[in-house]
Design a protein around this ligand. Sequence first.
Ligand SMILES: *Cc1c(COP(=O)(O)O)cnc(C)c1O
Length: 476
Amino acid sequence: MADPLHERDETLPALREVVRAAGPYLDALPERLVYDRAAEPLLDRLGGPLPEDGRGTRAAVEELLRVGTATATASAGPRFFHFVIGGATPAALAADWVVSLLDQNAFVRASSRFADTAERVALDWLRQLFGLPAGWGGALTASATFANVTGLALATHWWAERHGVDVASAGLAGLPRMPVLSGGHVHPSARKALQLLGHGKDTVEVFARDGTGRVDLDGLRRRLGAVGPAVVIGTAGEPNAGDFDPVADLADLAGEHCAWLHVDGAFGLFAALSPRTAHLTAGVERADSVAADAHKWLNVPYESGFVLVRDPSRLGPAFGMPGAPYLPGPDDPRGGYGLLGPESSRRARALPIWATLAAYGRGGYRELVERHCDLARHLAAAVDAAPDLERLAEVPLNVVCFRYRPPGLAEPELDALNRRLGEALLDDGRVYAGATVYDGRAALRPAISNWRTTEGDLDLLVAVVRELGDRLRTTA
Ligand SMILES: *Cc1c(COP(=O)(O)O)cnc(C)c1O
Protein backbone atom coordinates (compact mmCIF):
# COMPACT_ATOMS: atom_id res chain seq x y z
CA MET A 1 0.00 0.00 0.00
CA ALA A 2 2.91 2.35 0.56
CA ASP A 3 3.70 3.57 -2.92
CA PRO A 4 1.15 5.06 -5.39
CA LEU A 5 2.94 3.22 -8.16
CA HIS A 6 1.34 0.02 -6.87
CA GLU A 7 -2.09 1.68 -7.02
CA ARG A 8 -2.08 2.70 -10.66
CA ASP A 9 -5.19 0.66 -11.42
CA GLU A 10 -7.11 2.34 -8.61
CA THR A 11 -7.44 5.70 -10.38
CA LEU A 12 -10.64 4.98 -12.29
CA PRO A 13 -12.37 3.15 -9.43
CA ALA A 14 -11.63 6.14 -7.18
CA LEU A 15 -12.96 8.58 -9.76
CA ARG A 16 -16.09 6.43 -10.12
CA GLU A 17 -16.60 6.70 -6.36
CA VAL A 18 -16.60 10.48 -6.73
CA VAL A 19 -19.11 10.34 -9.58
CA ARG A 20 -21.29 7.94 -7.57
CA ALA A 21 -21.32 10.37 -4.64
CA ALA A 22 -21.94 13.38 -6.88
CA GLY A 23 -25.49 12.38 -7.87
CA PRO A 24 -27.00 12.14 -4.40
CA TYR A 25 -25.04 15.16 -3.16
CA LEU A 26 -26.16 17.43 -5.99
CA ASP A 27 -29.73 16.10 -5.85
CA ALA A 28 -29.91 16.90 -2.13
CA LEU A 29 -28.39 20.40 -2.39
CA PRO A 30 -31.69 22.26 -2.87
CA GLU A 31 -33.26 20.62 0.20
CA ARG A 32 -30.52 19.75 2.67
CA LEU A 33 -29.50 21.90 5.62
CA VAL A 34 -26.95 24.50 4.60
CA TYR A 35 -25.05 23.41 7.67
CA ASP A 36 -25.76 20.36 9.79
CA ARG A 37 -24.20 20.70 13.23
CA ALA A 38 -25.28 17.18 14.08
CA ALA A 39 -22.74 15.83 11.58
CA GLU A 40 -19.79 17.60 13.23
CA PRO A 41 -18.54 14.56 15.20
CA LEU A 42 -17.70 12.97 11.84
CA LEU A 43 -14.92 15.55 11.46
CA ASP A 44 -12.94 13.61 14.08
CA ARG A 45 -12.48 10.88 11.48
CA LEU A 46 -10.08 13.16 9.60
CA GLY A 47 -7.69 13.23 12.54
CA GLY A 48 -5.31 10.77 14.12
CA PRO A 49 -1.62 10.32 13.54
CA LEU A 50 -0.08 10.36 10.08
CA PRO A 51 -0.37 6.74 8.92
CA GLU A 52 2.86 4.87 8.34
CA ASP A 53 1.20 2.47 5.91
CA GLY A 54 -1.56 4.14 3.96
CA ARG A 55 -5.01 2.58 3.74
CA GLY A 56 -4.99 2.68 -0.06
CA THR A 57 -6.54 4.90 -2.71
CA ARG A 58 -10.12 3.72 -2.57
CA ALA A 59 -10.42 3.63 1.20
CA ALA A 60 -8.94 7.12 1.53
CA VAL A 61 -11.23 8.59 -1.11
CA GLU A 62 -14.30 6.82 0.29
CA GLU A 63 -13.56 8.21 3.75
CA LEU A 64 -13.12 11.72 2.38
CA LEU A 65 -16.45 11.45 0.56
CA ARG A 66 -18.23 10.04 3.62
CA VAL A 67 -17.03 12.85 5.88
CA GLY A 68 -17.16 15.58 3.23
CA THR A 69 -20.66 14.99 1.88
CA ALA A 70 -22.04 14.96 5.44
CA THR A 71 -20.12 17.89 6.94
CA ALA A 72 -19.66 20.23 3.98
CA THR A 73 -21.32 23.61 4.15
CA ALA A 74 -23.86 23.58 1.32
CA SER A 75 -22.60 26.94 0.07
CA ALA A 76 -22.91 25.59 -3.47
CA GLY A 77 -26.65 25.25 -2.85
CA PRO A 78 -29.48 27.76 -3.21
CA ARG A 79 -29.94 28.85 0.43
CA PHE A 80 -26.50 30.17 1.33
CA PHE A 81 -26.95 33.95 1.51
CA HIS A 82 -24.03 34.78 3.81
CA PHE A 83 -21.06 36.78 2.41
CA VAL A 84 -21.34 36.75 -1.41
CA ILE A 85 -20.89 33.17 -2.58
CA GLY A 86 -21.68 31.65 -5.92
CA GLY A 87 -22.28 28.01 -6.75
CA ALA A 88 -20.79 26.05 -9.60
CA THR A 89 -22.73 25.87 -12.85
CA PRO A 90 -22.94 22.40 -14.41
CA ALA A 91 -20.35 23.30 -17.07
CA ALA A 92 -18.02 24.98 -14.56
CA LEU A 93 -18.13 22.02 -12.18
CA ALA A 94 -17.38 19.52 -14.92
CA ALA A 95 -14.60 21.73 -16.31
CA ASP A 96 -13.10 22.00 -12.83
CA TRP A 97 -12.79 18.21 -12.81
CA VAL A 98 -11.03 18.53 -16.17
CA VAL A 99 -8.55 20.91 -14.52
CA SER A 100 -7.53 18.14 -12.11
CA LEU A 101 -7.62 15.44 -14.77
CA LEU A 102 -5.15 17.32 -16.99
CA ASP A 103 -3.22 18.85 -14.08
CA GLN A 104 -1.70 21.62 -16.17
CA ASN A 105 0.67 24.19 -14.76
CA ALA A 106 -0.67 27.48 -16.13
CA PHE A 107 2.68 29.11 -15.40
CA VAL A 108 3.94 29.77 -18.92
CA ARG A 109 3.40 28.55 -22.46
CA ALA A 110 6.42 26.30 -22.02
CA SER A 111 4.50 24.45 -19.29
CA SER A 112 1.09 24.44 -21.01
CA ARG A 113 0.18 26.10 -24.26
CA PHE A 114 -3.36 24.77 -23.76
CA ALA A 115 -3.81 26.51 -20.38
CA ASP A 116 -2.24 29.69 -21.70
CA THR A 117 -4.55 29.80 -24.73
CA ALA A 118 -7.62 29.07 -22.59
CA GLU A 119 -6.60 31.87 -20.22
CA ARG A 120 -6.09 34.35 -23.05
CA VAL A 121 -9.54 33.53 -24.45
CA ALA A 122 -11.22 33.50 -21.01
CA LEU A 123 -9.77 36.91 -20.14
CA ASP A 124 -10.88 38.38 -23.44
CA TRP A 125 -14.37 36.89 -23.04
CA LEU A 126 -14.57 38.43 -19.56
CA ARG A 127 -13.45 41.77 -21.00
CA GLN A 128 -16.23 41.53 -23.59
CA LEU A 129 -18.78 40.34 -21.01
CA PHE A 130 -18.28 43.53 -19.00
CA GLY A 131 -18.08 45.79 -22.05
CA LEU A 132 -14.49 46.91 -21.46
CA PRO A 133 -12.49 48.36 -24.38
CA ALA A 134 -10.42 46.28 -26.81
CA GLY A 135 -6.76 46.29 -25.89
CA TRP A 136 -7.35 45.70 -22.20
CA GLY A 137 -5.66 42.62 -20.76
CA GLY A 138 -5.26 41.09 -17.37
CA ALA A 139 -4.62 37.90 -15.46
CA LEU A 140 -6.63 35.25 -13.68
CA THR A 141 -5.97 35.21 -9.95
CA ALA A 142 -6.99 33.06 -7.00
CA SER A 143 -9.49 35.62 -5.72
CA ALA A 144 -10.60 39.24 -5.80
CA THR A 145 -8.10 39.85 -3.02
CA PHE A 146 -5.27 38.76 -5.31
CA ALA A 147 -6.85 40.75 -8.13
CA ASN A 148 -6.75 43.78 -5.81
CA VAL A 149 -3.11 42.98 -5.06
CA THR A 150 -2.40 42.87 -8.80
CA GLY A 151 -4.20 46.11 -9.65
CA LEU A 152 -2.77 47.98 -6.67
CA ALA A 153 0.74 46.66 -7.43
CA LEU A 154 0.44 48.18 -10.91
CA ALA A 155 -0.79 51.39 -9.28
CA THR A 156 2.25 51.36 -7.01
CA HIS A 157 4.62 50.93 -9.95
CA TRP A 158 2.88 53.73 -11.85
CA TRP A 159 3.03 56.04 -8.85
CA ALA A 160 6.72 55.30 -8.14
CA GLU A 161 7.55 56.05 -11.79
CA ARG A 162 6.13 59.53 -11.21
CA HIS A 163 8.82 59.83 -8.51
CA GLY A 164 11.51 58.50 -10.84
CA VAL A 165 11.78 55.10 -9.12
CA ASP A 166 11.48 51.59 -10.58
CA VAL A 167 9.87 49.98 -7.58
CA ALA A 168 10.25 46.43 -8.98
CA SER A 169 13.96 46.88 -8.69
CA ALA A 170 14.46 49.39 -5.85
CA GLY A 171 11.41 48.82 -3.63
CA LEU A 172 9.58 51.53 -1.72
CA ALA A 173 12.44 52.63 0.52
CA GLY A 174 13.11 56.35 0.28
CA LEU A 175 9.76 57.16 -1.32
CA PRO A 176 7.09 59.18 0.48
CA ARG A 177 3.89 57.44 1.54
CA MET A 178 1.72 56.64 -1.50
CA PRO A 179 -1.52 58.63 -1.23
CA VAL A 180 -4.53 56.27 -1.47
CA LEU A 181 -8.00 57.83 -1.41
CA SER A 182 -11.43 56.20 -1.35
CA GLY A 183 -15.01 56.52 -0.25
CA GLY A 184 -16.38 54.65 2.73
CA HIS A 185 -17.22 51.49 0.77
CA VAL A 186 -13.57 50.45 0.45
CA HIS A 187 -13.44 46.70 1.14
CA PRO A 188 -11.12 45.11 3.73
CA SER A 189 -9.66 43.07 0.88
CA ALA A 190 -8.31 46.23 -0.78
CA ARG A 191 -6.79 47.22 2.56
CA LYS A 192 -5.26 43.78 2.86
CA ALA A 193 -3.74 44.23 -0.61
CA LEU A 194 -2.19 47.54 0.48
CA GLN A 195 -0.92 45.86 3.62
CA LEU A 196 0.73 43.08 1.54
CA LEU A 197 2.27 45.63 -0.82
CA GLY A 198 4.00 47.43 2.03
CA HIS A 199 1.79 50.54 2.09
CA GLY A 200 -0.09 49.52 5.22
CA LYS A 201 -3.82 48.97 5.46
CA ASP A 202 -4.31 52.30 7.25
CA THR A 203 -2.78 54.31 4.45
CA VAL A 204 -6.25 54.71 2.88
CA GLU A 205 -7.77 58.15 3.39
CA VAL A 206 -11.52 57.65 3.48
CA PHE A 207 -13.89 60.37 2.29
CA ALA A 208 -17.42 59.40 3.31
CA ARG A 209 -20.38 61.70 3.68
CA ASP A 210 -22.56 59.46 5.83
CA GLY A 211 -22.61 56.35 7.96
CA THR A 212 -23.39 54.08 5.02
CA GLY A 213 -20.07 54.97 3.38
CA ARG A 214 -21.26 57.05 0.41
CA VAL A 215 -18.31 58.91 -1.04
CA ASP A 216 -17.71 62.58 -0.29
CA LEU A 217 -16.63 63.67 -3.77
CA ASP A 218 -15.84 67.25 -2.79
CA GLY A 219 -13.55 66.17 0.02
CA LEU A 220 -11.87 63.66 -2.26
CA ARG A 221 -11.41 66.28 -4.99
CA ARG A 222 -9.86 68.79 -2.58
CA ARG A 223 -7.42 66.21 -1.26
CA LEU A 224 -6.49 65.03 -4.76
CA GLY A 225 -5.67 68.62 -5.66
CA ALA A 226 -3.26 68.78 -2.74
CA VAL A 227 -1.38 65.46 -2.78
CA GLY A 228 0.11 65.08 -6.29
CA PRO A 229 0.10 61.67 -7.98
CA ALA A 230 -2.28 59.39 -6.07
CA VAL A 231 -4.29 56.19 -6.20
CA VAL A 232 -8.09 56.25 -6.00
CA ILE A 233 -9.96 53.07 -5.07
CA GLY A 234 -13.56 52.85 -6.21
CA THR A 235 -15.92 50.12 -5.05
CA ALA A 236 -18.45 48.79 -7.51
CA GLY A 237 -20.80 46.84 -5.24
CA GLU A 238 -20.23 46.81 -1.47
CA PRO A 239 -21.40 43.76 0.48
CA ASN A 240 -23.67 45.45 3.06
CA ALA A 241 -26.36 46.71 0.70
CA GLY A 242 -24.94 46.34 -2.80
CA ASP A 243 -24.27 50.07 -3.07
CA PHE A 244 -21.86 51.54 -5.64
CA ASP A 245 -19.38 54.38 -5.71
CA PRO A 246 -20.12 56.75 -8.63
CA VAL A 247 -17.32 55.30 -10.74
CA ALA A 248 -17.73 57.83 -13.59
CA ASP A 249 -17.25 60.71 -11.13
CA LEU A 250 -14.17 59.01 -9.70
CA ALA A 251 -12.84 58.55 -13.25
CA ASP A 252 -13.37 62.27 -13.92
CA LEU A 253 -11.44 63.18 -10.76
CA ALA A 254 -8.65 60.72 -11.55
CA GLY A 255 -8.37 62.20 -15.04
CA GLU A 256 -8.22 65.78 -13.73
CA HIS A 257 -5.68 65.09 -10.99
CA CYS A 258 -3.13 62.53 -12.21
CA ALA A 259 -4.47 59.57 -10.26
CA TRP A 260 -4.61 55.83 -10.93
CA LEU A 261 -8.18 54.57 -10.61
CA HIS A 262 -8.53 51.03 -9.31
CA VAL A 263 -12.06 49.62 -9.11
CA ASP A 264 -12.95 46.73 -6.82
CA GLY A 265 -15.97 45.13 -8.48
CA ALA A 266 -15.73 41.68 -6.89
CA PHE A 267 -19.41 40.94 -7.51
CA GLY A 268 -20.80 44.35 -8.50
CA LEU A 269 -19.04 44.36 -11.86
CA PHE A 270 -21.74 41.93 -12.99
CA ALA A 271 -24.26 44.80 -12.91
CA ALA A 272 -22.77 45.67 -16.31
CA LEU A 273 -24.42 42.57 -17.81
CA SER A 274 -27.97 43.91 -17.77
CA PRO A 275 -29.30 47.12 -19.31
CA ARG A 276 -31.40 47.38 -16.13
CA THR A 277 -28.34 47.76 -13.90
CA ALA A 278 -25.52 48.81 -16.25
CA HIS A 279 -25.76 52.43 -15.06
CA LEU A 280 -24.26 51.28 -11.76
CA THR A 281 -20.91 50.43 -13.36
CA ALA A 282 -20.82 53.32 -15.85
CA GLY A 283 -17.30 54.75 -15.98
CA VAL A 284 -15.53 51.50 -15.13
CA GLU A 285 -14.23 51.48 -18.72
CA ARG A 286 -12.19 54.56 -17.77
CA ALA A 287 -10.49 52.87 -14.79
CA ASP A 288 -6.85 51.77 -14.95
CA SER A 289 -7.42 48.43 -13.21
CA VAL A 290 -10.52 46.46 -12.26
CA ALA A 291 -10.61 43.55 -9.81
CA ALA A 292 -13.41 40.98 -9.65
CA ASP A 293 -14.30 37.43 -8.71
CA ALA A 294 -15.39 34.53 -10.85
CA HIS A 295 -16.14 32.34 -7.82
CA LYS A 296 -18.92 34.71 -6.80
CA TRP A 297 -21.42 35.70 -9.47
CA LEU A 298 -19.90 33.81 -12.40
CA ASN A 299 -20.60 30.65 -10.36
CA VAL A 300 -17.36 28.80 -11.00
CA PRO A 301 -15.70 26.76 -8.23
CA TYR A 302 -13.07 28.25 -5.92
CA GLU A 303 -10.45 29.68 -6.32
CA SER A 304 -11.16 32.09 -9.13
CA GLY A 305 -10.71 35.84 -9.47
CA PHE A 306 -9.47 38.10 -12.23
CA VAL A 307 -7.99 41.51 -12.84
CA LEU A 308 -8.55 43.47 -16.04
CA VAL A 309 -6.22 46.37 -16.83
CA ARG A 310 -6.16 49.18 -19.35
CA ASP A 311 -2.44 48.78 -20.15
CA PRO A 312 -1.45 45.12 -20.00
CA SER A 313 2.16 45.99 -20.90
CA ARG A 314 2.53 47.06 -17.27
CA LEU A 315 2.04 43.49 -15.97
CA GLY A 316 5.38 42.07 -17.13
CA PRO A 317 7.61 44.67 -15.48
CA ALA A 318 5.63 44.35 -12.23
CA PHE A 319 5.40 40.55 -12.03
CA GLY A 320 8.16 39.09 -14.20
CA MET A 321 10.63 37.12 -12.13
CA PRO A 322 14.33 37.85 -11.96
CA GLY A 323 15.78 35.48 -14.55
CA ALA A 324 16.92 32.02 -13.81
CA PRO A 325 18.60 30.46 -16.84
CA TYR A 326 15.81 27.87 -17.19
CA LEU A 327 12.89 30.39 -16.95
CA PRO A 328 11.41 32.31 -19.87
CA GLY A 329 11.02 36.10 -19.55
CA PRO A 330 7.65 37.89 -19.66
CA ASP A 331 8.00 38.77 -23.35
CA ASP A 332 9.42 35.41 -24.33
CA PRO A 333 7.35 33.30 -26.76
CA ARG A 334 7.48 30.63 -24.06
CA GLY A 335 6.38 33.08 -21.33
CA GLY A 336 2.89 33.54 -19.99
CA TYR A 337 0.58 34.52 -17.15
CA GLY A 338 2.80 33.19 -14.37
CA LEU A 339 4.99 36.20 -15.20
CA LEU A 340 2.06 38.61 -15.47
CA GLY A 341 0.47 38.17 -12.04
CA PRO A 342 1.34 37.49 -8.42
CA GLU A 343 1.51 33.68 -8.64
CA SER A 344 4.01 31.52 -10.51
CA SER A 345 2.83 27.90 -10.70
CA ARG A 346 -0.96 27.94 -10.98
CA ARG A 347 -3.78 25.57 -11.80
CA ALA A 348 -5.58 26.03 -15.13
CA ARG A 349 -8.36 28.09 -13.58
CA ALA A 350 -9.27 29.38 -17.03
CA LEU A 351 -11.00 26.09 -17.90
CA PRO A 352 -14.16 26.48 -15.78
CA ILE A 353 -14.43 30.13 -16.82
CA TRP A 354 -14.05 29.19 -20.48
CA ALA A 355 -16.55 26.33 -20.17
CA THR A 356 -19.26 28.25 -18.35
CA LEU A 357 -19.03 31.20 -20.78
CA ALA A 358 -19.00 28.80 -23.74
CA ALA A 359 -22.02 26.97 -22.31
CA TYR A 360 -24.28 29.87 -21.34
CA GLY A 361 -22.88 32.89 -23.15
CA ARG A 362 -23.53 36.54 -22.51
CA GLY A 363 -27.28 35.97 -22.74
CA GLY A 364 -27.32 33.23 -20.13
CA TYR A 365 -25.43 35.37 -17.66
CA ARG A 366 -27.58 38.42 -18.35
CA GLU A 367 -30.59 36.26 -17.50
CA LEU A 368 -28.92 34.98 -14.32
CA VAL A 369 -28.05 38.48 -13.10
CA GLU A 370 -31.53 39.77 -13.88
CA ARG A 371 -33.17 36.80 -12.16
CA HIS A 372 -31.09 37.44 -9.03
CA CYS A 373 -32.02 41.12 -9.05
CA ASP A 374 -35.69 40.12 -9.38
CA LEU A 375 -35.25 37.71 -6.48
CA ALA A 376 -33.70 40.49 -4.39
CA ARG A 377 -36.74 42.62 -5.14
CA HIS A 378 -39.03 39.74 -4.20
CA LEU A 379 -37.21 39.45 -0.88
CA ALA A 380 -37.36 43.22 -0.34
CA ALA A 381 -41.12 43.16 -0.94
CA ALA A 382 -41.56 40.31 1.55
CA VAL A 383 -39.52 42.25 4.12
CA ASP A 384 -41.59 45.37 3.49
CA ALA A 385 -44.81 43.40 3.93
CA ALA A 386 -43.78 41.81 7.24
CA PRO A 387 -44.78 43.89 10.28
CA ASP A 388 -41.78 42.72 12.31
CA LEU A 389 -39.11 43.28 9.61
CA GLU A 390 -37.58 46.58 8.58
CA ARG A 391 -35.59 47.19 5.41
CA LEU A 392 -32.62 49.49 6.00
CA ALA A 393 -31.43 50.24 2.47
CA GLU A 394 -32.40 50.52 -1.15
CA VAL A 395 -31.82 47.39 -3.23
CA PRO A 396 -29.81 48.45 -6.27
CA LEU A 397 -28.61 44.93 -7.09
CA ASN A 398 -28.63 41.55 -5.32
CA VAL A 399 -28.21 42.36 -1.61
CA VAL A 400 -31.10 43.09 0.77
CA CYS A 401 -30.18 44.79 4.05
CA PHE A 402 -32.83 44.54 6.77
CA ARG A 403 -33.39 43.78 10.43
CA TYR A 404 -35.84 42.06 12.68
CA ARG A 405 -37.81 44.76 14.41
CA PRO A 406 -40.59 43.72 16.76
CA PRO A 407 -42.46 46.61 18.39
CA GLY A 408 -41.44 48.11 21.70
CA LEU A 409 -37.66 47.59 21.63
CA ALA A 410 -35.10 50.39 21.90
CA GLU A 411 -32.13 50.58 19.51
CA PRO A 412 -29.55 48.87 21.77
CA GLU A 413 -31.97 45.96 22.35
CA LEU A 414 -32.65 45.71 18.62
CA ASP A 415 -28.91 45.58 17.92
CA ALA A 416 -28.38 42.83 20.47
CA LEU A 417 -31.39 40.89 19.18
CA ASN A 418 -30.26 41.10 15.55
CA ARG A 419 -26.72 40.04 16.42
CA ARG A 420 -28.12 36.99 18.21
CA LEU A 421 -30.42 36.37 15.28
CA GLY A 422 -27.43 36.29 12.93
CA GLU A 423 -25.78 33.68 15.14
CA ALA A 424 -29.02 31.70 15.49
CA LEU A 425 -29.46 31.54 11.71
CA LEU A 426 -26.01 30.00 11.28
CA ASP A 427 -26.69 27.47 14.03
CA ASP A 428 -30.14 26.60 12.69
CA GLY A 429 -28.74 25.81 9.25
CA ARG A 430 -31.92 25.84 7.14
CA VAL A 431 -30.86 29.11 5.52
CA TYR A 432 -27.61 30.99 5.92
CA ALA A 433 -27.41 34.76 6.28
CA GLY A 434 -24.92 36.68 8.35
CA ALA A 435 -25.21 39.70 10.57
CA THR A 436 -23.54 43.00 9.78
CA VAL A 437 -23.58 46.57 11.02
CA TYR A 438 -25.19 48.97 8.57
CA ASP A 439 -25.14 52.69 9.33
CA GLY A 440 -24.60 51.88 13.00
CA ARG A 441 -27.36 49.28 13.27
CA ALA A 442 -27.04 45.51 13.52
CA ALA A 443 -28.69 43.95 10.47
CA LEU A 444 -28.89 40.96 8.16
CA ARG A 445 -27.67 41.29 4.58
CA PRO A 446 -28.52 38.24 2.47
CA ALA A 447 -26.84 38.30 -0.95
CA ILE A 448 -28.29 36.35 -3.87
CA SER A 449 -25.68 34.98 -6.26
CA ASN A 450 -26.30 31.26 -6.69
CA TRP A 451 -27.73 30.00 -10.00
CA ARG A 452 -29.97 27.51 -8.15
CA THR A 453 -31.80 30.01 -5.92
CA THR A 454 -35.56 30.35 -6.37
CA GLU A 455 -38.35 32.41 -4.78
CA GLY A 456 -39.17 29.52 -2.47
CA ASP A 457 -35.69 29.71 -0.95
CA LEU A 458 -36.19 33.39 -0.14
CA ASP A 459 -39.67 32.79 1.27
CA LEU A 460 -38.08 30.21 3.56
CA LEU A 461 -35.42 32.75 4.57
CA VAL A 462 -38.11 35.23 5.60
CA ALA A 463 -40.07 32.56 7.47
CA VAL A 464 -37.00 31.29 9.35
CA VAL A 465 -35.82 34.81 10.26
CA ARG A 466 -39.24 35.62 11.70
CA GLU A 467 -39.54 32.30 13.50
CA LEU A 468 -36.09 32.53 15.11
CA GLY A 469 -36.51 36.24 15.81
CA ASP A 470 -39.77 35.59 17.59
CA ARG A 471 -38.25 32.76 19.62
CA LEU A 472 -35.23 34.90 20.62
CA ARG A 473 -37.46 37.83 21.56
CA THR A 474 -39.74 35.79 23.76
CA THR A 475 -36.89 33.89 25.47
CA ALA A 476 -34.78 37.02 26.00
C1 LIG B 1 -15.78 39.36 -1.76
C2 LIG B 1 -15.14 40.67 -1.99
C3 LIG B 1 -13.74 40.82 -2.00
C4 LIG B 1 -12.80 39.69 -1.67
O1 LIG B 1 -12.98 38.62 -2.51
P1 LIG B 1 -12.17 37.25 -2.28
O2 LIG B 1 -12.50 36.49 -3.50
O3 LIG B 1 -12.70 36.66 -1.03
O4 LIG B 1 -10.73 37.60 -2.16
C5 LIG B 1 -13.23 42.06 -2.30
N1 LIG B 1 -14.03 43.10 -2.55
C6 LIG B 1 -15.37 43.02 -2.53
C7 LIG B 1 -16.20 44.22 -2.83
C8 LIG B 1 -15.97 41.79 -2.24
O5 LIG B 1 -17.31 41.69 -2.21
